[in-house]
Write a protein that binds this ligand. Structure first.
Ligand SMILES: [Zn+2]
Length: 257
C-alpha cells in the first residue's frame, strides 16, 4: 500500500506515502490468537471481528518520517514489553503495593512515541479513531514530532496504568476510547494498548495536580505505574463491548489473551 501525496508530518508535497500504522504494529502482536488472525479492532459495519494480520494502516507519512517515528517506537516497544511481562531488563522496577516504580525509561523516545500515537489517531480517517481529535494540539503535536522537540515532563504529561479485569491483567486488550477529564479541569486523551491505559494530559502550561505529576513519566526516566481495575481507571468496558459487538467481553478476553 502506497500513494503519492503530501506527508502529513513534514508536509513535503509529492512524496511517496507509505501505509503507516495508526497504532504501532508491535501492539498487535499480543492481540493475535495462536492462529495469528485476530485483532481486537472490529472492521466498520462488520458483525464479526476483524481479521487482519498487521493492524490498521493509512497512507500518511513519507519514508523519512516513517523511519523517524519507528526509532521512537522501537524504544516504546522495548519498554512496553517489560511493563506487560513484569520482567524488567533495560529498566529497573520496585513494587510498592499496587504501584510499580520504574526507572531507566528512555524518556525522549517513549514520550515522542506516545505523542505520535495520539497524533496519528487524531489525523486518522478510520471511524474507529473518530473520538480522537486533538483540536489545536494536533498542529502543536505535528510540530513537536517534525522538529523532534521533546516536551518537558510537565508539558503533555504521560501516565501509564495497568488495567485489570476481575483482578487479571490481560495484554490482549487494545482499543481506542473517548477523551476524559481529570478533576473536571484537565483534558486527558487516553488509549488502551496491550491492556495498559496510556493517558496524555492535554496541557503545556497549566500546573497539574501533585499526584499526577508524581505518577507521570519523568525526564529522569522514572514513572509510577499503578495496577487498577478498568472501572477504577474510568475505562468503560461496556463501551468496549459495544465496539466489539459482543456481550461478554470479559469471557472473550480471558479466552484469547
Ligand atoms: Zn515526511
Amino acid at each position: 500500500m502506497s500513494s503519492i501525496g503530501t506527508c502529513r508530518l513534514c508536509q513535503t508535497a509529492g512524496a511517496t506515502l507509505l501505509g503507516s500504522h495508526i497504532v504501532p504494529e508491535f501492539f498487535y502482536k499480543r492481540v493475535y490468537t495462536k492462529s495469528h488472525k485476530f485483532t481486537a479492532i472490529p472492521l466498520e459495519d462488520e458483525k464479526r471481528l476483524a481479521i487482519e494480520q498487521k493492524g490498521y494502516r493509512e497512507d500518511l507519512l513519507c519514508a523519512n518520517c516513517e523511519t523517524k517515528l519507528s526509532k521512537w517506537e522501537g524504544k516504546l516497544s522495548q519498554f512496553v514489553s517489560q511493563v506487560v511481562s513484569g520482567a524488567y531488563t533495560t529498566c529497573k522496577a520496585t513494587q510498592h503495593g499496587i504501584v510499580t516504580a520504574v526507572s531507566g525509561v528512555d524518556y525522549s523516545s517513549v514520550k515522542m512515541a506516545v505523542i505520535s500515537i495520539f497524533w496519528r489517531m487524531s489525523i486518522a480517517k478510520h471511524k474507529l479513531f473518530g473520538s480522537y481529535s486533538l483540536g489545536p494540539y494536533e498542529e502543536q503535536f505535528r510540530n513537536l514530532l517534525d522538529q523532534a522537540a521533546v516536551p518537558a515532563e510537565t508539558e503533555f504529561p504521560i501516565l501509564l496504568s495497568k488495567g485489570l479485569l476481575d483482578g487479571q491483567f490481560l495484554p490482549g486488550i487494545l482499543f481506542p476510547m473517548s477523551r476524559g477529564m481529570y478533576d473536571n479541569t484537565l483534558v486527558l486523551q487516553s488509549v488502551v494498548l496491550n491492556g495498559i491505559v496510556f493517558d496524555c494530559v492535554m496541557t503545556k502550561t497549566r500546573a497539574i495536580p501533585k499526584e499526577m505529576a508524581a505518577f507521570a513519566l519523568q525526564a529522569s526516566g522514572g514513572i509510577l505505574i499503578a495496577s487498577r481495575s478498568y472501572e477504577d481507571l474510568g475505562v468503560d468496558i461496556g463501551e468496549v463491548s459495544k465496539r466489539m459487538r459482543r456481550a461478554d467481553v470479559k469471557a472473550f478476553y480471558q479466552k484469547h489473551s
